[in-house]
Design a protein around this ligand. Structure first.
Ligand SMILES: [Zn+2]
Length: 70
């Protein structure tokens, strides 16, 4: 006969204040915007880094996200 598994006690949820999470939210927003820039707009006239190296590194991600490419 199988023994029923006792339900685990729910962990206590500690709320995170906006003051605590705001610097992380700003940091990750800037990080994601930089990532989207390099994937989506780092080419041609908007290019910050000369050459095709960045474009080639993010090329698959560019197609995956639907940015126009070639
Ligand atoms: Zn392409």
């Amino acid at each position: 006969m199988a023994h029923p598994i006792a339900p685990a006690a729910a962990p206590a949820i500690t709320p995170i204040s906006l003051k605590t999470i705001l610097p992380w939210a700003v940091f990750f927003t800037i990080l994601m915007l930089a990532l989207v820039y390099f994937v989506g707009a780092e080419q041609g006239a908007t290019s910050l880094i000369s050459g095709e190296d960045v474009h080639e590194w993010v090329h698959d991600g560019r197609h995956l996200l639907g940015f126009p490419c070639h």
